[in-house]
Design a protein around this ligand. Structure first.
Ligand code: SF4
Ligand code: SF4
Length: 273
């Protein structure tokens, strides 16, 4: 019986995530908040979303401009719940990652996403060198929990299971930063973790990449952020980001996945009209 089950396991369709067909929108996730059609006539002046956002990710300018820093957004849904006129909705859009922090600064005018950041921002010299080294073989990373709450670590653990299977991309976790190509850090970088993070970074050889994983690592989230060793090479927002989001972001850094946050968000919002 046991060997029959083993044979069946060989022939059964595997439930491994297909990166090529995976969607930036997840039906069961809140994702980031976006304006609804009701915002086309302006926003009103209640300001409840801005005042109640726990990370101050929202800024309103007059009646028509609505700015969101998705690098600060926890995807908690509070702004959607508190809006009295249903002018915001949870989009389910979860691919909130970028090679450049400024891509998360998003501006809507009368509910329409302003598209100034659609054009491609060039890679930094470090991102280019890292991509050249790791594009084919993948990379090894050392994880540094820099004052977070372990949720990012849980999702990183899950990224190695048989559904997400990080190792098929050649992406593995190692114990020592001396053996790593990249540092993946989580948490807002507390005072006590700033120095260990810097030490881990300094012992690595070039080229190397710094990856901010989770909203707290990107912006501090609910907390002030201490100094980082350098500007991260990859930002993955979400509190915490799902394993598929983390792996697609890693693939972006490797140059195996073509993606621009604002461009993809714009396409999604157009398709929802
Ligand atoms: S953190 Fe919460 S309240 Fe603030 S913008 Fe994001 S979903 Fe809305
Ligand atoms: S809570 Fe709703 S109506 Fe009030 S300012 Fe925010 S989006 Fe506009």
């Amino acid at each position: 019986m046991k060997s029959l089950l083993e044979i069946l396991n060989f022939v059964k369709t595997k439930k491994v995530l297909n990166f090529e067909t995976a969607s930036p929108v997840h039906p069961n996730q809140r994702g980031i908040p976006v304006p609804t059609k009701q915002m086309s006539s302006g926003c009103g002046s209640c300001n409840l979303c801005e005042v109640n956002c726990p990370t101050k990710a929202i800024e309103r300018k007059g009646d028509s401009e609505f700015l969101v820093d998705y690098g600060k957004c926890l995807q908690c849904g509070d702004c959607v719940e508190i809006c009295p006129d249903a002018k915001l909705t949870n989009s389910g859009f979860i691919y909130v990652f970028s090679l450049h922090r400024e891509e998360f600064y998003t501006s809507y005018k009368n509910g329409i996403l302003q598209t100034s950041l659609h054009k491609s921002i060039p890679l930094t010299a470090n991102q280019e060198r890292f991509r050249k080294l790791t594009h084919k073989r993948g990379f090894l990373y050392r994880e540094v929990a820099a004052g977070g709450n372990n949720t990012v670590e849980s999702e990183l653990n899950a990224s190695f299971n048989s559904v997400f299977d990080s190792e098929r991309e050649g992406i593995r976790c190692v114990a020592s930063p001396k053996h790593a190509d990249a540092i993946v850090f989580s948490g807002p970088v507390s005072e006590n973790m700033a120095a260990p993070l810097e030490t881990a970074w300094n012992v690595m050889s070039e080229p190397k990449a710094l990856i901010a994983c989770g909203t707290e690592a990107v912006s501090g989230g609910l907390f002030p952020q201490c100094n980082l060793p350098k500007e991260p090479d990859l930002y993955i927002s979400g509190d915490p980001p799902r394993p598929d989001v983390i792996l697609q972001a890693f693939r972006l850094l490797l140059g195996r996945f073509s993606f621009q946050f604002q461009e993809a968000l714009h396409k999604f919002l157009e398709s929802e009209k």
